[in-house]
Design a protein around this ligand. Structure first.
Ligand SMILES: [Zn+2]
Ligand SMILES: [Zn+2]
Length: 315
């Protein structure tokens, strides 16, 4: 995801509002707060813990699988949950999908391996190429939709095999706003929940960064000097992300506007996910829950199998 349009967090000389030190401080307009670096790390981790506890996302004895892309959001989540797990008594492991986009995916995996080695978190890396899959335009599907469907389908299967009691994903405050706004624009009135209960063959899912603005994740990674994979996806296009600029503009005009908007939307709207409305039954081939005779993953595998060897990816 691009951060080109992002307001960088400013560093200015001033007094830390938490410890009182006169030093270089970070200006967090979201919270009308100026803090020094050590206080920032504690502030970030406390906010994360508050979200986890508020929605009872994770608890003692949980085996938490964190979906990691290598990007700033999941990197911050991996590191902060690893630390929180020590305090709250849950274990973490990481799950990464190698998306079969040549060197780009290889370099991404390398960064994720480095992150997991640094944090001493066990990593499971799944190569979608080994499953006869790749990310590209398929029939009427945009490549991003194909990628999303593959990751969603594999997440539950792999997490189950890893013995997960819960899966943590790095959805951020902006993701929640974006999803909700896209819904509102097509007259669907609900907001994604911070916790998705388990279902038939579906692992419980939680979003610990639900209230966390993305740029704070980036600052956390920088302050902790964590390696982050910052390359743009080769299939990235500005079109899919234009709506996020609306929220960044809001934040510029009204500091903490994003968070206030999300809190208001949570009060106004019931929780829901797009896929919940359709009745689900087992896929005729693999048995995973789906609203169609064959699940998305089996459909994609068929589509690619009929076109081997793979055509060159578009764009
Ligand atoms: Zn301080
Ligand atoms: Zn299937």
């Amino acid at each position: 995801m691009s951060d080109d349009h992002y307001l960088p967090v400013q560093k200015v000389e001033g007094r830390c509002r938490i410890c009182g030190a006169r030093t270089e401080v970070l200006r967090l307009t979201e919270f009308n707060l100026k803090v020094c670096s050590p206080c920032y790390l504690r502030f970030y981790e406390r906010r994360l813990r508050r979200a986890v506890e508020k929605h009872s996302m994770l608890g003692e004895g949980d085996r938490v699988v964190i979906a990691v892309s290598g990007g700033k959001d999941s990197t911050a989540l991996l590191y902060a949950l690893r630390r929180l797990g020590v305090v709250m008594g849950f274990q973490v492991s990481a799950l990464h999908f190698h998306l079969n986009m040549g060197d780009h995916s290889d370099r991404d995996l390398q960064v994720v391996e480095e992150q997991c080695a640094r944090t001493e978190v066990p990593l499971r890396a799944v190569r979608i190429g080994d499953l006869g899959l790749r990310v590209q335009k398929v029939k009427g599907w945009h490549p991003c939709a194909v990628c999303g469907a593959i990751k969603r389908s594999l997440l539950d299967r792999e997490a189950r095999e890893m013995g997960a009691t819960v899966v943590a994903t790095a959805h951020t405050l902006e993701d929640i706003l974006l999803f909700t706004f896209k819904n509102l624009l097509s007259r669907k009135y609900y907001i994604p929940p911070p916790v998705l209960p388990p279902g038939e063959r579906l692992v419980r899912k939680v979003k610990p960064l639900y209230y966390m603005p993305e740029r704070l994740n980036l600052v956390y990674c920088h302050q902790r000097e964590l390696p982050v994979f910052e390359e743009k996806c080769p299939l990235w296009s500005p079109r899919g992300h234009a709506l996020k600029e609306v929220f960044d503009h809001l934040e510029r005009v009204i500091p903490s506007g994003k968070l206030q908007l999300a809190l208001s939307l949570r009060e106004a709207l019931p929780e829901g996910e797009a896929c919940e409305s359709e009745p689900r039954s087992p896929c005729a081939r693999c048995g995973e829950p789906t609203s169609q005779p064959l699940c998305a993953l089996c459909q994609l595998q068929d589509w690619f199998a009929a076109r081997r060897p793979f055509p060159p990816s578009p764009g």
